[in-house]
Write a protein that binds this ligand. Structure first.
Ligand SMILES: [Zn+2]
Length: 274
């Protein structure tokens, strides 16, 4: 029985350029839901054509209720809703053979990364063992913790470079080319969907040649926030160190614990905004 886990975000999907699309209250949100579902269904088709038996999708954007189950093929399952322990990788465990990320986007500070950010609007920079990471790295290392490879990512042209730094063997579909953080040259969805279906199928066939993302132990994560009081309040959490005015760090031998500590810092941080 073969199983694939898909984490589906929205910012990196075809057709989407700013938060008028990504914010559920935005003018183009309904269109964005259709773009997101289109890219996701292209990935599901590629995996099902390649013979994958089970696909679990986790809705990973904003309030995490963007994808409508009735818009997906009947053979898949969907985790929907945002109050979940592992957030963007909720439902992932050691039983899966491969992981794919759809609609992912570059880390905060990437000047041509479309809607580039790192997990939240309060975070400027995240490092794991001194290497800057975006959401692809942060979530991909959870897959690595379970010894599962990330085989495929779809997102903008700048994310392709970020993914290449993580592991150049990960298959990639470019959905659009960033011009600025809030403008892009769009590729037609038909072209993107065709590419996703074909490339994720190849990724599945090649999965054994793609190494899981791993990190040396102990694992140290640093999080630089946009406001100092956020770092101040994060010091309430046991084992958190202050690195500088805006930055805190957390260290543990096990990445899953580090990842959950990161999520806890994000929860504290979001409650501490000025
Ligand atoms: Zn998102």
């Amino acid at each position: 029985m073969s199983k694939v886990f898909i984490s589906c975000d929205m910012e990196g999907c075809s057709g989407i350029v700013n938060n008028q699309f990504c914010d559920p209250k935005g003018k183009f949100y309904k269109e964005a839901q259709a773009y997101m579902t289109g890219d996701l269904n292209a990935a599901i088709k590629g995996l099902q054509d390649a013979g994958v038996d089970q696909i679990l999708i986790n809705d990973s954007h904003w309030n995490m209720t963007n994808i409508r189950i009735q818009d997906l093929p009947s053979g898949v399952e969907l985790i929907s809703g945002d109050l979940k322990l592992d957030s963007m990788v909720e439902g992932l465990d050691a039983s899966f053979d491969a992981v794919a990320f759809i609609g992912y986007h570059p880390m905060w500070g990437n000047e041509r990364g479309v809607i580039a950010h790192t997990y939240s609007g309060i975070t400027m920079r995240v490092t794991v063992n001194d290497k800057p990471v975006g959401e692809t790295g942060i979530m991909g290392l959870v897959a690595g913790y379970y010894d599962i490879p990330v085989i495929f990512v779809a997102g903008d042209s700048m994310l392709k470079e970020e993914v290449c730094q993580l592991n150049p063997d990960i298959h990639f579909t470019v959905t659009k080319e960033g011009r600025t953080r809030l403008a892009a040259k769009l590729y037609h969805p038909d072209r993107v969907h065709h590419d996703i279906t074909e490339t994720i199928g190849k990724a599945w066939v090649n999965r054994k040649a793609i190494k899981p993302l791993v990190v040396e132990k102990p694992v140290r994560i640093t999080v630089k926030f946009k406001e100092t009081q956020i770092a101040d309040m994060c010091m309430r959490m046991p084992q958190v160190e202050r690195v500088d005015n805006l930055t805190v760090a957390y260290e543990h031998h096990d990445y899953l614990t580090v990842y959950r500590a990161f999520l806890a810092l994000q929860s504290i941080g979001s409650a501490s905004r000025g």
